[in-house]
Design a binder for this molecule. Structure first.
Ligand code: DGL
Length: 211
C-alpha cells in the first residue's frame, strides 16, 4: 500500500532579550498549534532597551548564524520591539530565512483613540527610534503621541514570570509620565513584549476606561 510522507512541521524561532517574547510565542501557539516553536532569550546583554543601536545590530548579526544552525528555522520572529525597530533591515540582508519583527502598534492605536491622544509605553531605546517616529508620522497623523521609556517595567515583568513579587507603586511611578499631560491618552500601547505580563498592574495605574 502506498504511504504518504508526513507533512513537515514548520519550525519558528522566537527571539527576545529575556522572557518578554513569550507573550508573542503564546499568541503564535494559539494561532498555529502544530508548528514547532523554539524560544531563544539573549540575556547576555539584557536589557536591550538600555543598549546603543550599534551594539544591538552587531549582537544580532553575530547571533544570527548560530540561531539558524541551532534551530534550522523556517521563519524567525524577533519578538522584541527594541531590536525590531533597528535590526530588521540588516538581519534580512544577511539571510534568506524570512524574518518577522514586532513593532509598537501605532496604527491600531490611531484607529482606536477618540481624543487623538495616544500613550506609548516602551523601553528607553524604542521610544527614541526614528522607526517609531516614522510610524507616528505615517499612521498617527494629527494625534499626540506621548512616549515613555522604562526598563524598570521590563525587570518587573521578569520578576512576575519568575514568581517574584511585583512592585505596584513602582509600576504606577513608571506609568505616571503618560498622565501628567494636557490631555490624558485614552489608548496606551504596550510597546515592549514584556509589558503584556504586567497588563493588570499597568491598567490599575491608568484612568479607568483607558484602552
Ligand atoms: N522585550 C523587549 C521589547 O519588546 C525589550 C526588553 C529589554 O529591554 O531587554 O522591546
Amino acid at each position: 500500500m502506498p504511504t504518504t510522507a508526513p507533512t513537515p512541521v514548520p519550525t519558528l524561532l522566537v527571539f527576545d532579550s529575556g522572557i518578554g517574547g513569550l507573550s508573542i510565542a503564546d499568541e503564535i501557539r494559539r494561532a498555529l498549534p502544530t508548528c514547532r516553536l523554539v524560544y531563544v532569550a539573549d540575556n547576555v546583554i539584557f536589557t536591550y532597551g538600555t543598549q546603543e543601536e550599534s551594539v544591538l545590530v552587531n549582537r544580532l548579526l553575530q547571533l544570527l548564524p548560530t540561531l539558524e544552525q541551532y534551530a534550522r528555522p523556517d521563519l524567525i520572529v524577533i519578538a522584541c520591539n527594541t531590536a525590531s525597530t533597528v535590526v530588521l533591515e540588516p538581519l534580512r540582508a544577511q539571510t534568506t530565512t524570512p524574518i518577522i519583527g514586532v513593532v509598537p502598534a501605532i496604527k491600531p492605536a490611531a484607529q482606536l483613540t477618540q481624543n487623538r491622544t495616544i500613550g506609548l509605553l516602551a523601553t528607553p531605546g524604542t521610544v527614541k527610534r526614528q522607526y517609531v517616529q516614522r510610524l507616528v508620522d505615517e499612521f498617527a497623523h494629527g494625534c499626540t503621541v506621548i512616549k515613555t521609556g522604562s526598563s524598570e517595567l521590563v525587570h518587573q515583568a521578569e520578576n512576575k514570570l519568575r514568581g517574584l513579587p511585583v512592585d505596584e507603586a513602582l509600576i504606577a511611578r513608571e506609568v505616571a509620565p503618560l498622565l501628567n499631560q494636557a490631555t490624558t491618552p485614552d489608548v496606551v500601547i504596550l510597546g515592549c513584549t514584556h509589558f503584556p505580563f504586567l497588563r493588570e498592574e499597568i491598567s490599575r495605574a491608568l484612568p479607568p476606561g483607558t484602552r
